[in-house]
Write a protein that binds this ligand. Structure first.
Ligand SMILES: Cc1cc2nc3c(=O)[nH]c(=O)nc-3n(C[C@H](O)[C@H](O)[C@H](O)COP(=O)(O)O)c2cc1C
Length: 228
């Protein structure tokens, strides 16, 4: 295995929010999902459930999602779980604000312009124009450790996609209209929507793809013990 390939995949992945009209080979998508199944999970329970959409089903989901978010503010119509805690503290509040500032600056949207911000947020429900949309679910009776496993799986999907030259954006926004998604996918009552993901070939010329989010320095996230 080449270390540099892996590093390049990790370094070049970013949340892509504008895509080219280039389809994704179904064999590549199947390969990604199959390989992502190698993700480790506690007790090897593999708690992830995925729905992959393209073509007509994708267009239909986007259409009914557009209807939902036209009449309902997707920021208010909340998910079945707390996407963020109501009492979020520092440094998380600032990091989230920095994200919003970077995103809206790239789009030349004034942070106070709530209409334009909401308009952009609604692009989530078009999968940002990606040719593939994924919906990640988990069974309700599973707990926090299995949610962590699901997160690992999602992360593996993003890196495998990058390995195939694809771009992605994980989107918890889809959980905010979980009822619409569950009805459309005919989910069994014990299946819960965690998030969606756009996947395709990113449009490098779109300004929204031309900023990179900063990361906390190593000393802020890791305490080294006994390495001196
Ligand atoms: C679980 C999860 C949910 C996310 N939900 C959204 C979303 O709904 N809409 C969106 O535009 N970006 C979403 N993102 C992307 C994050 O904003 C992004 O990962 C973060 O700002 C870091 O930027 P980067 O991925 O470009 O490095 C999500 C990311 C994760 C991991």
């Amino acid at each position: 295995m080449s270390k540099s390939d892996l590093f390049e995949v990790i370094e070049t992945r970013h949340s892509c929010r504008a895509y080219l009209e280039k389809p994704v080979d179904p064999n590549i998508l199947t390969d990604i999902i199959e390989r992502a199944g190698r993700t480790p999970s506690n007790g090897n329970v593999q708690p992830w459930l995925v729905h992959a959409l393209t073509g007509q089903p994708l267009e239909e989901l986007k259409k009914i999602a557009a209807q939902t978010v036209k009449t309902q503010n997707p920021h208010i119509n909340d998910a079945e779980f707390d996407v963020y805690p109501s009492d979020m503290v520092e440094p998380y509040v600032s990091r989230r604000e920095t994200h919003g500032a970077n995103l809206y600056r790239s789009l030349n949207i004034d942070r106070d312009n709530l209409d334009l911000r909401l308009g952009w947020y609604r692009r989530n429900f078009e999968f940002f124009g990606a040719p593939v949309g994924l919906i990640f679910c988990i069974e309700r009776q599973l707990g926090q450790p299995q949610w962590a496993d699901l997160g690992s799986f999602i992360q593996t999907v993003t890196y495998l996609a990058r390995g195939h030259g694809l771009d992605t954006c994980t989107q918890v926004a889809w959980s905010r209209i979980y009822g619409t998604v569950a009805d459309f996918l005919n989910l069994p009552p014990n299946h819960m929507v965690y998030c969606g993901m756009s996947m395709g070939y990113g449009d490098p010329s779109h300004p929204v793809n031309n900023f990179r989010m900063p990361r906390a320095p190593v000393e802020e996230i890791c305490q080294f013990h006994g390495f001196d």
